[in-house]
Design a protein around this ligand. Structure first.
Ligand code: ADP
Ligand code: MG
Length: 339
């Protein structure tokens, strides 16, 4: 007899859930991304006890049929990808079909959903990966996903969570980035029955910046608009007077996904080093629209790092876009590099 044993499905699913769901903030990210992918115009996030007790996301997106509402909690169940080639033209935030499967494996999950063209909705309830109820229900168009008692069946994970103020901070940080990535969607964050952050969905990025960082920062933001054949850079960067001690406010959204990339970051630091001393940083909110074939998003679900096929070119494009905006009369202005 050997010593190897195949894990049963319920143990395996709890372990793999850990890859996607690390903490309440990861649930928030996955649920809101689903609402964005569903074409919602209004997204409301409610949390209780920093998401440990309750995370509820209500949207007015496309909703799901009964069949789909039952299917969506299966692993690798997705409406966003069919073939491996589809990865090259991906425009959705999700595509792995793992989020709801993972979340439902480690919580008490409820989905209430109705597609736009149907009069009756569906309620699906799943506890620890087991479907315990599926029934018709009256509900508004769109989807509400409620996640209760996260990690109730994985005590080791539960113990690993930090105190409420830290976990809420993680949620807040994810939330405002999602809000900035979609100024055309109205977002609301309610924590323990108090409204913490909201946007109107008027499409104005500067208004979102104002609600997050305040009027004073918004007054010192410069608009960036640069277009190259393959890359479009738009957004706002702070002028020379804004000095931040943390680099957390340097944000890049590539095709509406908040990402980390060394070349983009280096371009920012190189442009600002003329004005800021070491250890101080600007506020940067930039959208980079680029042909999906020039980036690789096929990375680990929780990794935010993104690779461009031409990192050097993207550095040049970003450097010039920022330098032109920050220093319009500068002699060092050069046209955008072709990439
Ligand atoms: P992915 O987003 O990678 O496809 P998920 O597990 O997050 O995987 O979701 C599975 C599927 O469930 C999605 O592809 C989508 O079809 C459906 N779905 C999830 N959330 C929503 C929602 N809020 N509105 C409409 N459909 C949804
Ligand atoms: Mg998803």
């Amino acid at each position: 007899m050997g010593i190897i044993n195949i894990l049963d499905a319920s143990v395996a699913s709890k372990i793999s859930a850990g890859e996607v769901v690390e903490r309440p903030a990861s649930v928030v990210k996955e649920l809101i991304e689903n609402s964005i992918d569903a074409g919602s115009k209004n997204i409301i996030l409610e949390v209780k006890n920093a998401g440990k007790k309750l995370i509820k996301v209500t949207d007015d997106g496309c909703g799901m049929t009964k069949n789909d509402a039952v299917l969506c909690i299966e692993r690798y169940a997705t409406s966003k990808l069919r073939t491996i080639e589809d990865l090259n033209s991906l425009i959705t935030l999700g595509f792995r079909g793992e989020a709801l499967a993972s979340i439902s494996a480690v919580s008490k999950l409820q989905i209430v959903t109705r597609p736009r063209d149907q009069s009756i909705g569906t309620l699906v309830e799943v506890w620890g990966g087991e479907i315990i109820d599926v029934r018709d229900t009256g509900c508004k168009e769109g989807t509400t996903v409620t996640v209760k008692d996260l990690f109730y069946n994985t005590p080791a994970r539960l113990k690993f969570l930090k105190r409420d103020s830290i976990e809420f901070n993680n949620i807040y940080n994810i939330f405002y980035k999602l809000m900035l990535s979609h100024p055309e969607i109205s977002f609301k964050l309610i924590s323990d029955d108090k409204l913490k952050l909201s946007s109107t969905g008027d499409g104005n990025l500067l208004n979102c910046i104002k609600t997050i960082w305040g009027q004073e920062i918004a007054d010192h933001m410069i608009e960036v608009k640069a277009q190259d054949r393959a890359v479009k850079v738009t957004g706002y960067i702070s002028d020379r007077s804004v000095i931040r001690r943390s680099k957390n406010d340097i944000l890049f959204f590539v095709n509406k996904r908040c990402i980390i990339n060394k070349a983009l970051y280096a371009a920012v630091l190189d442009v600002y080093k003329q004005y800021l001393t070491t250890g101080t940083y600007p506020v940067i909110v930039l959208n980079i629209d680029i042909d999906p074939r020039m980036i690789d998003v096929n990375i680990h679900p929780t990794k935010l790092e993104l690779k461009f096929s031409d990192e050097h070119g993207i550095y040049g494009a970003m450097y010039n876009a920022l330098n032109n905006a920050l220093n319009p009369k500068s002699e060092v202005n050069r046209p955008l590099t072709s990439i």
